[in-house]
Design a binder for this molecule. Sequence first.
Ligand SMILES: [Zn+2]
Length: 74
Amino acid sequence: MRGITVTVEAQRMQSSSEDNNTSGSYGWCSWHRAFSNTVRLVVAIEQGSGPGHSLFACSNCRGIYRLVPLADQP
Ligand SMILES: [Zn+2]
């Protein structure tokens, strides 16, 4: 069995021209574990020390998992 080569660069090429419908930015989606250009911050985990870390989800995964971006929460 050969190792699987993940072609992240190929996905970056697919950034669509004008998709104003989905607001978001390019980044790592922690849910489907790939880069997307529609990610938004949905969870910011506070840790005891240090800056903690944030989790981003793309528009697709936000729909699947019913995630609400932090900016849109009350
Ligand atoms: Zn995703």
